[in-house]
Design a protein around this ligand. Sequence first.
Ligand SMILES: [Zn+2]
Length: 147
Amino acid sequence: MSRTTVERILVTAPELEPYLSAAREGRFVLPRCRNCTHRQWPPRPRCRTCHLDTFDTVEVRLTGRLYSWTTTHRAPTPTLATATPYTVVVVTLDQPDQPADDPDDIRLVGRWEPGEPAPRLALNDPLAGRVSIDDDGLPVLTWRHRD
Ligand SMILES: [Zn+2]
């Protein structure tokens, strides 16, 4: 019996399980250290701040500000030929309830919403994201301008 892509990932990185489970429900969660409450992304086995290994998960709204982007017009592989042009964005997640003494921004990489018009983007544009699941069962973050 062959394993799915998600099953193979979970064997090597079990800290991704809460994120993948939430993504299957269209939700996005971050790990939050039970000791120091630091939130981090991507999930790691240990807290970047205090190095302990126990986490809760906190659900967050996928809103943020555009940090960077690139648009690909020439497909890097033949399988992506029908997808060009496509835009990949880096978004600084809004964290209104982040502790004031936590200086770490969380940045998420995602794709500009397929089917949306070619984006006219500027740094700090307000964006909204959503999580969906691709054909391999992997979560995909997509972003668009916030209404
Ligand atoms: Zn910690």
